[in-house]
Design a protein around this ligand. Structure first.
Ligand SMILES: [Zn+2]
Length: 276
């Protein structure tokens, strides 16, 4: 699933082809793509609008439209891809197309149909409305991170994935940041000490910033808008590397399942509260 760096990469890739163009037609080809919206309202608002900017909020893409229109949000979810490539018209998984007055249309191809288009007009899904702070923004200070962790008993790895706490972090970068900060993924979020909070705060920002620079990690379906893979994959220290040695201490990396998701960690340099 694309996380903050992958979505940011998509935003940067599609922005030049969208900004300044007017949407002439929005085709919604599968009911799941507009499951949060009335498709007629969606089309009525979007068609005729000029795109002023394309930004990201958490893992959501936002097309900002002119004339006091609400932004159009696109959520790629598991397998959604946005392509300026008309060969997508032959794909059985084409779910939506945004036709523009100039240049190629933007097509949304999504094999698993979890992706959605919706308006940020008060009808947006809860998952968008309750998003926590952007981890790369200036609001996400160490003090703010400590406040967010509060007294939670939820394991820190699971906590980092909760989009209403911090927006945009997923499974890959949560494992990587915890490894970098030498924090056990099992520690209850509210029990991190001051030093661990500082290290993890810094690690989250570093891992995400580096991955944005490298245009994300290619796992399963993620491709940059031109079809190229992201380049961060070689920088992964623990994610997907169970059985390989920890680059820091040479202990074998382990995989465990937390809240239904794989966590990769080094049992030696990420020791839990008790020896575990
Ligand atoms: Zn280690």
């Amino acid at each position: 699933m694309p996380e903050l760096p992958e979505v940011e990469t998509v935003v940067r890739g599609i922005r030049p082809g969208l900004v300044g163009n007017t949407i002439t037609r929005l085709e919604l080809l599968h009911p799941r793509v507009y499951r949060h919206s009335d498709p007629n309202v969606l089309r009525c608002i979007v068609e005729g609008a000029t795109i002023q900017d394309v930004t990201r909020r958490g893992k959501f893409i936002l097309l900002h439209l002119d004339g006091n229109r609400p932004p159009l949000a696109i959520h790629l979810r598991m397998s959604g891809k946005l392509l300026f490539d008309d060969s997508a018209l032959h794909s059985p998984h084409l779910r939506a197309s945004v036709y523009l007055d100039e240049g190629p249309a933007l097509h949304f191809v999504d094999t698993r149909t979890f992706g959605t288009f919706f308006l940020v007009d008060g009808t947006e899904p809860n998952g968008f409305r309750t998003l926590g702070p952007e981890p790369l923004s200036s609001q996400f200070t160490r003090a703010e991170f400590a406040r967010i962790l509060g007294a939670s008993r939820t394991p820190i790895k699971t906590y980092l994935l909760m989009q209403d706490k911090i927006a945009g972090i997923g499974n890959i970068y949560a494992s990587e940041a915890l490894w970098m900060a030498r924090v056990s993924p099992k520690l209850p979020a509210g029990t991190l000490n001051d030093e661990q909070i500082s290290h993890l705060h810094r690690a989250i920002r570093k891992v995400l910033r580096d991955a944005v620079k490298q245009m994300g990690t290619t796992f399963s379906d993620f491709r940059r808008p031109g079809g190229q893979p992201g380049e961060y994959g070689n920088n992964l220290h623990v994610y997907g590397r169970a059985g390989e040695t920890c680059p820091r201490c040479r202990q074998p990396i382990e995989r465990m399942v937390q809240h239904g998701r794989s966590t990769f960690f080094c049992p030696k340099c990420q020791r839990g509260p008790r020896r575990d």
